[in-house]
Write a protein that binds this ligand. Structure first.
Ligand code: SF4
Length: 422
């Protein structure tokens, strides 16, 4: 979502005749597009602002947008007095106002619903992967999560608007469409005739477009994985066999305190149905270790479910108390040393699972999407249908097909190596 927001902010500024600066010291406008999901991310924003204010031009406009802006509100001006603007995730299109009135301070953290989408200029040129938001916000209220506060209640965009964005992106060069939402599979739009539109319909319509070669969506809530959506994995080959469906913990007690579905059998049943629909599907998850009250037994249950499902490419984090959330004031907060030990243990297991999966890909051939050159410029980076990073030696003739058949020749935990098949 932040990548998408960043692209749209850049498009807004470019429409005003601005261009990216190569160095922050040369910039006329400096904005940090921020994430508030963990305390560390918020801290990093303020230390970055401290560094930037020492090198920026005296008259450069500096501000924050996104979830930290919403979280901090007017307090951000107190912490960093030379900030010029603080714009929440649903009001960042108002950045134009500060360009028109650079001598004012601009604070807007309103939850404007879908208004911003109408205010954003169409993306006439698209990267190969186009991020298309279908909904914003979340109604689930997990007790650790700041998203319902920073992004608000769920709101789904009309299918006609989503499909217009898909077609514009495809005309601009996109060949992979990634539907986005904090609770993307909760997408639920009821039109003026009372007809309900679901994510499966958007996938079906998008798959009909010849130029679209791959479709995915993120991030999914387990119990919103309805039959029509599971069926898409059976019916639409363009839908990638890879799904991020966070479980967060394997302990029913912890999940209950997190206000998440606590029945592991229900989760396992969803994965079983997904695998029946698409036998090669791979699942990734997010995990939180050290949630308030998490015992060794609870943690062992998390290790057990991680092993049982065999998640690839997952993320695990130490629990971090966030303002405006119920878990921040729960009793039995876990000491950091215990969190660190559990994190290392779970990370070790997830890395091992990922390494085993990557090694199982050796000698297989995949249709892969070009992502860009690597840092050295001597290699090309592609993504398999399971989103594994795949490194290919750049050929003499500079041939970089947007989609390529690649045979996997080597694998480690983090990435694959491969060669073009033809
Ligand atoms: S479902 Fe995801 S976005 Fe919604 S409250 Fe829970 S963790 Fe946050």
């Amino acid at each position: 979502m932040n990548v998408y927001d960043g692209q749209r902010l850049a498009a807004l500024l470019e429409k005003r005749g601005m261009a990216p600066a190569t160095d922050v010291a040369d910039a006329d406008v400096i904005l940090l597009n921020t994430c508030a999901v963990r305390a560390k991310a918020t801290d990093k924003v303020y230390s970055a602002l401290g560094r930037i204010r020492r090198v920026k031009k005296p008259d450069a406009l500096m501000g924050i947008v996104g979830c930290v802006a919403r979280e901090s509100g007017g307090d951000a001006f107190r912490r960093v007095p030379d900030l010029n603007f603080v714009l929440g995730p649903q009001s960042y299109h108002k950045i134009i106002d500060i360009l028109d009135n650079p001598d004012t301070k601009l604070l807007n953290i309103d939850m404007g619903g879908l208004e911003k989408f109408d205010a954003l200029p169409p993306m006439t040129k698209s990267p190969l992967v186009a991020y298309i938001p279908v909904q914003e916000g979340c109604n689930h209220c997990c007790t650790y999560c700041i998203v319902p506060y920073t992004r608000g209640r769920e709101i789904s965009r009309a299918p006609i608007d989503v499909m217009r964005d898909v077609k514009t992106a495809v005309d601009g060069g996109a060949i992979e469409i990634c539907f986005l939402g904090q609770n993307v599979n909760g997408y639920n739009y009821i039109d003026e005739n009372g007809v309900t539109h679901r994510l499966s319909e958007l996938i079906r319509e998008t798959a009909k477009i010849d130029a679209v070669k791959r479709i995915r969506f993120t991030s999914s809530y387990p119990t919103e994985m309805t039959d029509d959506l599971i069926d898409m994995f059976r019916l639409e080959p363009k839908l990638l066999p890879f799904l991020n469906m966070p479980i967060q913990s394997g302990s029913p007690d912890v999940l209950t305190r997190m206000n998440r579905p606590s029945d592991a059998n229900q989760y396992i049943d969803i994965v079983t149905r997904l695998r029946a629909a698409r036998p090669d599907i791979q699942i990734s998850s997010d995990f939180i270790v050290g949630f308030p009250g998490e015992t060794d037994t609870d943690f062992d249950q998390t290790m057990a479910i991680a092993k049982h499902i065999g998640y690839i490419n997952s993320y695990c984090f130490k629990y971090s108390p966030r303002p405006h959330t119920a878990a921040a004031t729960m009793p039995n907060q876990i000491p950091d040393q215990i969190k660190a030990v559990r994190l290392a243990k779970l990370d070790g297991l997830l890395n091992e699972i990922q390494r085993t999966f990557n090694e199982s890909c050796r000698d297989k051939i995949f249709d892969c999407l070009f992502e860009g050159p690597d840092k050295t410029g001597r290699h090309l980076v592609y993504r398999t249908p399971f989103m594994q990073q795949t490194i290919v030696v750049r050929e003499q003739n500079g041939h970089t097909p947007p989609m390529a058949r690649i045979r996997i020749t080597d694998a480690n935990k983090a990435s694959l190596r491969g060669e073009f098949v033809d």
